[in-house]
Design a protein around this ligand. Structure first.
Ligand code: FAD
Length: 391
């Protein structure tokens, strides 16, 4: 059974499957695709150094496609650089994906984030303070796709996430908030699997890439709850973005390229003030219902701790490109959690909410990844079922 069979309200959300598919196809997906290509949103600051606090690094990445292409000096926005930055070494190595790669630009300067603050996100483990381990990565050169990362290393990360930090809720035993944490992680996991299946190395010898329909079915489509959790996560993150709309609208999108920066600004506006979205799905998720019980504050701290552990686990992902996208997407989820749950006062967030440059980039890129996955699941569903012989 494929995605077209999903109908009615997305569980724990306020929109229907058909509405989500329609809005995504018509409005959100095209808009987000353009937005993530703008310079402001395509560079992500990340510490790719594997600093796993739980197990020794085991280097499980077996394909060259795991390697991340770091930014060349030329393409890197001027405003992200330190003043008096000196050039690169002339003998730049060639990027492992066949594109030119340069020495990593590690000059992370607070001035790069004009109008943006550096403040700890209580939901994540990452230390965002600038230091020499930080790298800027051009996300457009590093698509999330099949990397060959599999086996015990990958398995133990997912196992640790699910068993220790985010157990699958057995029926009614877990409270709503625990259930939501599980669904967010499961939805993200579905999205990662969809991207692996949609961009798969079909033939290593001829380097042929394409869709792996069987994998898409085996990992995601045959489990309705995984598809449902993907839609849930998409709506949850969409709600966070719309809730932060005043803040995001007033933020400075400055990379020194005024034409491109105006484009970022106008696309952000288009996303936040979209009449079709507001008419069809004005409240994608209702966060006001949560943390209401007596143990609310305690529960929030506990779930925050669990999520921080999941964030720390991303440093144990033994494949560089998977680690990049794992860190980005967990930071994006942590940012959505922060917007929805860590700021007091429901309205006027512009005075109380503080986001880092990198959090905004992670949030928008996560929303785009989820939007791509929802579209792929919706579109590929029937073909996948036909290919695997589902009656
Ligand atoms: P896995 O996907 O490893 O799943 C493990 C178990 O989790 C399953 O057996 C099932 O019980 C459960 N499970 C699976 N999906 C869900 C779900 N949606 N909800 C709830 N439970 C579920 N590989 C790449 O090729 N490219 C990448 O970019 C990439 N990024 C990764 C990022 C992270 C953070 C991690 C931990 C791994 C990443 N991997 C990536 C590896 C990939 O996710 C798989 O682990 C790997 O392909 C092996 O898949 P598997 O069939 O063993 O099942």
């Amino acid at each position: 059974q494929g995605s077209h069979k999903y109908s009615g309200m997305v569980e724990d959300c306020c929109c229907e499957y058909e509405t989500v598919d329609h809005l995504n196809e018509e409005v959100l997906h095209p808009l987000l695709q353009d937005l993530v290509k703008t310079p402001f949103f395509r560079y992500f600051k990340v510490k790719l150094w594997c600093d796993c606090p739980f197990w020794p690094e085991d280097g499980m990445c077996r394909l060259r496609d795991c390697s991340v292409c770091e930014c060349t000096e030329n393409e890197f926005p001027e405003t992200f650089k330190k003043p008096f930055y000196h050039g690169l070494s002339p003998d730049n190595p060639v990027c492992q994906e066949g594109k030119p790669e340069a020495v990593v630009d590690r000059t992370i300067d607070a001035k790069a984030f004009k109008g943006w603050i550096v403040i700890d996100n209580p939901w994540t483990n990452d230390d965002e303070t600038d230091n020499d381990d930080m790298t800027y990565v051009n996300l457009q050169l590093n698509p999330e796709r099949y990397t060959g990362y599999t086996g015990p290393s990958a398995r133990r990360i997912w196992d640790a996430i699910y068993t220790e930090n985010c157990p699958k809720y057995p029926s009614q035993e877990f409270c709503q908030e625990e259930k939501i944490l599980y669904k967010l992680i499961s939805g993200l996991h579905s999205s990662i699997s969809v991207h692996i299946a949609a961009d798969y190395l079909l033939d290593e010898a001829t380097h042929l890439w394409g869709q792996n329909l069987t994998l898409m079915y085996d990992r995601v489509l045959r489990y309705p709850d995984r598809v449902e959790n993907l839609y849930f996560t998409f709506l949850f993150v969409l709600r966070a973005v719309t809730k932060a709309s005043d803040y995001l609208e007033q933020a400075e999108y400055d990379t020194g390229n005024s034409v491109e920066d105006l484009k970022s600004q106008s696309l952000v506006k288009g996303l936040l003030h979209n009449s079709k979205l507001q008419a069809a799905c004005p409240l994608p998720f209702d966060e006001a219902k949560l943390w209401k019980g007596q143990s609310g504050p305690e529960l929030k701290q506990q779930i925050q701790r669990q999520f921080r552990n999941i964030s720390a686990l991303m440093d144990c992902v033994g494949c560089e490109k998977c680690r990049l996208w794992g860190k980005l997407q967990v930071l994006g989820l942590g940012t959505a959690l922060k917007i929805l749950f860590s700021v007091d006062g429901q309205d006027n967030l512009v005075h109380t909410l503080q986001l880092q440059h990198n959090e905004v980039i992670a949030l928008v890129n996560l929303l785009n990844r989820l939007s791509e996955s929802v579209k792929l699941v919706h579109e590929m569903g029937p073909a996948v079922e036909k290919a695997v012989g589902v009656p």
